[in-house]
Design a protein around this ligand. Structure first.
Ligand SMILES: Nc1nc2c(ncn2[C@@H]2O[C@H](COP(=O)(O)OP(=O)(O)OP(=O)(O)O)[C@@H](O)[C@H]2O)c(=O)[nH]1
Ligand SMILES: [Mg+2]
Length: 257
Protein backbone atom coordinates (compact mmCIF):
# COMPACT_ATOMS: atom_id res chain seq x y z
CA UNK A 1 0.00 0.00 0.00
CA UNK A 2 1.23 3.45 -0.89
CA UNK A 3 0.89 6.38 1.51
CA UNK A 4 -1.33 9.26 0.48
CA UNK A 5 -2.20 12.69 1.76
CA UNK A 6 -5.02 15.09 0.86
CA UNK A 7 -3.98 18.73 0.91
CA UNK A 8 -6.95 21.09 1.20
CA UNK A 9 -5.67 24.46 -0.05
CA UNK A 10 -7.39 27.82 0.46
CA UNK A 11 -11.00 28.44 1.50
CA UNK A 12 -12.74 26.08 -0.90
CA UNK A 13 -9.93 23.52 -0.78
CA UNK A 14 -10.09 23.28 3.01
CA UNK A 15 -13.89 22.94 3.04
CA UNK A 16 -13.93 20.31 0.30
CA UNK A 17 -10.96 18.47 1.79
CA UNK A 18 -12.51 18.26 5.26
CA UNK A 19 -15.63 16.74 3.76
CA UNK A 20 -13.71 14.24 1.64
CA UNK A 21 -11.44 13.25 4.54
CA UNK A 22 -14.44 11.77 6.39
CA UNK A 23 -14.67 9.07 3.71
CA UNK A 24 -10.99 8.62 3.06
CA UNK A 25 -8.09 6.70 4.53
CA UNK A 26 -5.56 9.34 3.45
CA UNK A 27 -4.08 11.78 5.91
CA UNK A 28 -5.69 15.23 5.61
CA UNK A 29 -3.81 18.51 5.95
CA UNK A 30 -5.49 21.92 5.65
CA UNK A 31 -3.50 24.88 4.36
CA UNK A 32 -4.86 28.44 4.44
CA UNK A 33 -4.10 31.98 5.49
CA UNK A 34 -5.62 31.33 8.95
CA UNK A 35 -7.29 28.59 10.98
CA UNK A 36 -5.58 25.69 9.23
CA UNK A 37 -3.01 22.98 10.05
CA UNK A 38 -0.50 24.96 8.01
CA UNK A 39 -0.86 28.73 7.92
CA UNK A 40 0.69 30.52 4.95
CA UNK A 41 1.43 34.16 4.30
CA UNK A 42 -0.44 35.15 1.09
CA UNK A 43 2.22 37.73 0.20
CA UNK A 44 4.91 35.07 0.04
CA UNK A 45 2.80 32.98 -2.33
CA UNK A 46 3.15 35.64 -5.02
CA UNK A 47 6.82 34.61 -5.29
CA UNK A 48 6.06 30.97 -6.11
CA UNK A 49 6.22 31.09 -9.94
CA UNK A 50 9.69 32.69 -9.77
CA UNK A 51 11.38 30.51 -7.14
CA UNK A 52 13.52 27.47 -7.88
CA UNK A 53 12.41 24.18 -6.32
CA UNK A 54 15.27 24.47 -3.82
CA UNK A 55 14.30 28.01 -2.84
CA UNK A 56 10.67 27.00 -2.44
CA UNK A 57 11.64 24.68 0.38
CA UNK A 58 13.59 27.44 2.09
CA UNK A 59 10.72 29.92 1.94
CA UNK A 60 8.08 27.29 2.79
CA UNK A 61 9.90 24.78 5.05
CA UNK A 62 6.70 22.86 5.89
CA UNK A 63 6.73 21.45 2.37
CA UNK A 64 9.48 19.01 3.39
CA UNK A 65 7.24 17.43 6.01
CA UNK A 66 4.90 16.18 3.27
CA UNK A 67 6.40 12.77 2.63
CA UNK A 68 3.54 10.72 1.18
CA UNK A 69 4.02 8.89 -2.11
CA UNK A 70 0.77 10.21 -3.52
CA UNK A 71 -0.29 13.81 -2.95
CA UNK A 72 -3.89 14.73 -3.72
CA UNK A 73 -4.30 18.50 -3.95
CA UNK A 74 -7.76 20.08 -3.68
CA UNK A 75 -8.23 23.80 -4.34
CA UNK A 76 -10.57 26.35 -5.87
CA UNK A 77 -8.52 28.19 -8.48
CA UNK A 78 -8.84 31.95 -8.93
CA UNK A 79 -8.04 33.26 -5.45
CA UNK A 80 -4.65 33.84 -3.85
CA UNK A 81 -4.04 31.10 -1.31
CA UNK A 82 -5.54 27.96 -2.90
CA UNK A 83 -4.08 28.75 -6.31
CA UNK A 84 -0.69 29.72 -4.88
CA UNK A 85 -0.33 26.69 -2.61
CA UNK A 86 -1.47 24.32 -5.37
CA UNK A 87 1.22 25.70 -7.64
CA UNK A 88 3.81 25.61 -4.86
CA UNK A 89 3.15 21.94 -4.10
CA UNK A 90 3.40 20.99 -7.78
CA UNK A 91 6.70 22.78 -8.20
CA UNK A 92 8.17 21.40 -4.99
CA UNK A 93 7.38 17.76 -5.81
CA UNK A 94 7.46 17.73 -9.58
CA UNK A 95 8.65 14.29 -10.77
CA UNK A 96 9.56 13.15 -7.23
CA UNK A 97 6.01 12.19 -6.28
CA UNK A 98 2.66 11.41 -7.85
CA UNK A 99 0.85 14.73 -7.50
CA UNK A 100 -2.78 14.88 -8.60
CA UNK A 101 -4.70 18.16 -8.59
CA UNK A 102 -8.48 18.41 -8.36
CA UNK A 103 -9.40 22.02 -8.95
CA UNK A 104 -12.50 24.12 -9.42
CA UNK A 105 -12.29 26.78 -12.12
CA UNK A 106 -14.26 30.03 -11.64
CA UNK A 107 -17.86 30.73 -12.55
CA UNK A 108 -18.13 32.87 -15.70
CA UNK A 109 -19.52 35.71 -13.55
CA UNK A 110 -16.35 35.98 -11.44
CA UNK A 111 -13.88 38.78 -12.14
CA UNK A 112 -11.75 38.52 -15.30
CA UNK A 113 -8.61 38.66 -13.16
CA UNK A 114 -9.72 35.58 -11.23
CA UNK A 115 -10.53 33.73 -14.43
CA UNK A 116 -7.13 34.69 -15.85
CA UNK A 117 -5.24 33.74 -12.67
CA UNK A 118 -6.96 30.37 -12.65
CA UNK A 119 -6.17 29.74 -16.32
CA UNK A 120 -2.50 30.78 -16.06
CA UNK A 121 -1.89 28.75 -12.93
CA UNK A 122 -3.52 25.67 -14.47
CA UNK A 123 -1.29 25.96 -17.56
CA UNK A 124 1.84 26.16 -15.40
CA UNK A 125 0.70 23.34 -13.14
CA UNK A 126 0.31 20.97 -16.07
CA UNK A 127 4.11 20.95 -16.28
CA UNK A 128 4.53 19.77 -12.70
CA UNK A 129 1.50 17.71 -11.80
CA UNK A 130 1.13 14.06 -12.77
CA UNK A 131 -2.52 14.77 -13.53
CA UNK A 132 -4.81 17.76 -13.22
CA UNK A 133 -8.58 17.32 -13.04
CA UNK A 134 -10.35 20.62 -13.75
CA UNK A 135 -13.88 20.87 -12.35
CA UNK A 136 -15.15 24.10 -13.82
CA UNK A 137 -17.86 26.05 -12.01
CA UNK A 138 -18.74 27.79 -15.28
CA UNK A 139 -19.27 24.46 -17.05
CA UNK A 140 -21.50 23.08 -14.34
CA UNK A 141 -23.64 26.24 -14.39
CA UNK A 142 -24.03 25.96 -18.19
CA UNK A 143 -24.72 22.25 -18.05
CA UNK A 144 -27.46 22.55 -15.43
CA UNK A 145 -28.95 25.99 -16.13
CA UNK A 146 -31.83 25.46 -13.72
CA UNK A 147 -29.67 24.48 -10.80
CA UNK A 148 -29.41 27.03 -7.98
CA UNK A 149 -25.87 28.31 -7.51
CA UNK A 150 -25.57 26.84 -4.03
CA UNK A 151 -26.55 23.42 -5.29
CA UNK A 152 -24.06 23.71 -8.15
CA UNK A 153 -21.32 24.61 -5.66
CA UNK A 154 -22.07 21.52 -3.60
CA UNK A 155 -21.64 19.04 -6.43
CA UNK A 156 -17.86 19.34 -6.13
CA UNK A 157 -17.42 17.82 -2.68
CA UNK A 158 -19.59 14.84 -3.60
CA UNK A 159 -17.70 14.11 -6.81
CA UNK A 160 -14.39 14.66 -4.99
CA UNK A 161 -15.37 12.18 -2.32
CA UNK A 162 -15.98 9.46 -4.88
CA UNK A 163 -12.93 10.32 -6.90
CA UNK A 164 -10.59 10.22 -3.92
CA UNK A 165 -12.01 6.85 -2.86
CA UNK A 166 -11.38 5.52 -6.37
CA UNK A 167 -7.81 6.74 -6.34
CA UNK A 168 -7.19 5.10 -2.99
CA UNK A 169 -8.75 1.82 -4.02
CA UNK A 170 -7.74 1.15 -7.54
CA UNK A 171 -6.12 3.55 -9.88
CA UNK A 172 -2.86 4.34 -8.25
CA UNK A 173 -2.29 1.00 -6.50
CA UNK A 174 -2.44 -0.73 -9.86
CA UNK A 175 -0.43 1.96 -11.49
CA UNK A 176 -3.06 3.10 -13.91
CA UNK A 177 -3.71 6.79 -14.10
CA UNK A 178 -3.90 9.01 -17.18
CA UNK A 179 -1.52 11.96 -17.11
CA UNK A 180 -1.95 15.64 -17.98
CA UNK A 181 -5.42 17.15 -18.17
CA UNK A 182 -7.94 14.54 -17.14
CA UNK A 183 -11.73 14.81 -17.40
CA UNK A 184 -14.07 13.11 -14.99
CA UNK A 185 -17.64 11.90 -14.53
CA UNK A 186 -19.16 9.97 -11.63
CA UNK A 187 -22.51 8.21 -11.93
CA UNK A 188 -24.84 5.77 -10.21
CA UNK A 189 -27.34 3.22 -11.46
CA UNK A 190 -30.02 1.01 -9.94
CA UNK A 191 -32.27 -1.74 -11.24
CA UNK A 192 -31.78 -4.35 -13.91
CA UNK A 193 -29.63 -2.14 -16.15
CA UNK A 194 -27.71 -0.63 -13.27
CA UNK A 195 -24.23 -1.11 -14.73
CA UNK A 196 -25.17 0.56 -17.99
CA UNK A 197 -27.12 3.29 -16.21
CA UNK A 198 -24.18 4.09 -13.94
CA UNK A 199 -21.86 4.34 -16.94
CA UNK A 200 -24.31 6.53 -18.88
CA UNK A 201 -24.78 8.73 -15.82
CA UNK A 202 -21.00 9.13 -15.49
CA UNK A 203 -20.59 9.87 -19.21
CA UNK A 204 -23.20 12.62 -18.88
CA UNK A 205 -20.78 14.96 -17.07
CA UNK A 206 -19.81 18.59 -17.75
CA UNK A 207 -16.25 17.76 -16.68
CA UNK A 208 -15.56 14.97 -19.13
CA UNK A 209 -13.50 15.53 -22.27
CA UNK A 210 -11.08 13.68 -24.52
CA UNK A 211 -11.64 10.65 -26.71
CA UNK A 212 -9.73 8.17 -24.54
CA UNK A 213 -11.76 6.77 -21.70
CA UNK A 214 -11.25 4.54 -18.68
CA UNK A 215 -14.01 3.37 -16.36
CA UNK A 216 -13.99 2.15 -12.79
CA UNK A 217 -17.05 0.23 -11.73
CA UNK A 218 -17.76 -0.23 -8.02
CA UNK A 219 -20.46 -2.33 -6.42
CA UNK A 220 -21.80 -5.75 -5.59
CA UNK A 221 -21.61 -7.18 -9.09
CA UNK A 222 -19.87 -9.96 -11.04
CA UNK A 223 -16.87 -9.37 -13.27
CA UNK A 224 -18.62 -11.12 -16.18
CA UNK A 225 -21.66 -8.86 -15.97
CA UNK A 226 -19.51 -5.75 -16.20
CA UNK A 227 -17.53 -7.22 -19.09
CA UNK A 228 -20.72 -7.92 -21.00
CA UNK A 229 -21.99 -4.34 -20.72
CA UNK A 230 -18.60 -2.93 -21.60
CA UNK A 231 -18.69 -4.68 -25.00
CA UNK A 232 -20.96 -1.83 -26.09
CA UNK A 233 -18.35 0.77 -25.16
CA UNK A 234 -14.85 1.59 -26.23
CA UNK A 235 -12.93 1.97 -22.98
CA UNK A 236 -9.14 1.80 -23.04
CA UNK A 237 -9.09 0.41 -19.55
CA UNK A 238 -11.57 -0.76 -16.96
CA UNK A 239 -11.55 -2.08 -13.46
CA UNK A 240 -14.05 -3.48 -11.03
CA UNK A 241 -13.97 -2.84 -7.31
CA UNK A 242 -16.28 -5.25 -5.56
CA UNK A 243 -17.94 -3.78 -2.51
CA UNK A 244 -21.27 -3.93 -0.74
CA UNK A 245 -21.11 -0.35 0.45
CA UNK A 246 -23.34 1.05 -2.30
CA UNK A 247 -26.10 -1.49 -1.62
CA UNK A 248 -28.21 -2.02 -4.72
CA UNK A 249 -26.45 0.78 -6.53
CA UNK A 250 -23.57 0.58 -8.96
CA UNK A 251 -21.09 3.40 -9.11
CA UNK A 252 -19.12 4.25 -12.25
CA UNK A 253 -16.25 6.70 -12.53
CA UNK A 254 -15.18 7.61 -16.05
CA UNK A 255 -11.88 9.34 -16.73
CA UNK A 256 -11.22 11.04 -20.07
CA UNK A 257 -8.03 12.38 -21.66
N1 LIG B 1 -17.91 24.88 -6.48
C1 LIG B 1 -17.46 25.71 -5.52
N2 LIG B 1 -16.51 26.62 -5.84
C2 LIG B 1 -16.07 27.42 -4.86
C3 LIG B 1 -16.56 27.36 -3.54
N3 LIG B 1 -15.92 28.30 -2.81
C4 LIG B 1 -15.07 28.90 -3.64
N4 LIG B 1 -15.14 28.38 -4.89
C5 LIG B 1 -14.33 28.72 -6.08
O1 LIG B 1 -12.98 28.75 -5.66
C6 LIG B 1 -12.37 29.98 -6.00
C7 LIG B 1 -11.38 30.35 -4.93
O2 LIG B 1 -12.07 30.66 -3.74
P1 LIG B 1 -11.42 30.42 -2.31
O3 LIG B 1 -11.05 29.00 -2.13
O4 LIG B 1 -12.35 31.02 -1.32
O5 LIG B 1 -10.12 31.32 -2.44
P2 LIG B 1 -8.75 31.18 -1.68
O6 LIG B 1 -7.89 30.21 -2.34
O7 LIG B 1 -9.00 31.03 -0.21
O8 LIG B 1 -8.13 32.61 -2.04
P3 LIG B 1 -8.02 33.98 -1.19
O9 LIG B 1 -9.08 33.98 -0.14
O10 LIG B 1 -8.18 35.02 -2.26
O11 LIG B 1 -6.68 33.92 -0.65
C8 LIG B 1 -13.53 30.95 -6.17
O12 LIG B 1 -13.18 31.95 -7.07
C9 LIG B 1 -14.66 30.07 -6.67
O13 LIG B 1 -14.61 29.94 -8.09
C10 LIG B 1 -17.56 26.38 -3.24
O14 LIG B 1 -18.05 26.24 -2.11
N5 LIG B 1 -17.96 25.57 -4.27
MG1 LIG C 1 -9.54 32.45 1.26
Amino acid sequence: MYSSVILGCGGAGVRFGRFVAQFSRSKFVSIDRAGADIVVNPNKLAMVPNLSARMLVEVFPWVEAIDSEVILVIAGLGGVVGTGVAELVGRAFSSRRTVIGMFTEPFSGESPSRVQRSRDALERMLKNYSAVIPMSNAKIADYYPNLAINDAMNIHPIVLRHLVQDFERMLIPRNYMPVGRVGVGVGFGVGKERIRLAIEDALDSPWLFGTNRAVLVSGDVEHEDVELVLRDYDFEHWELYRTGEYGEQIKATVLGW
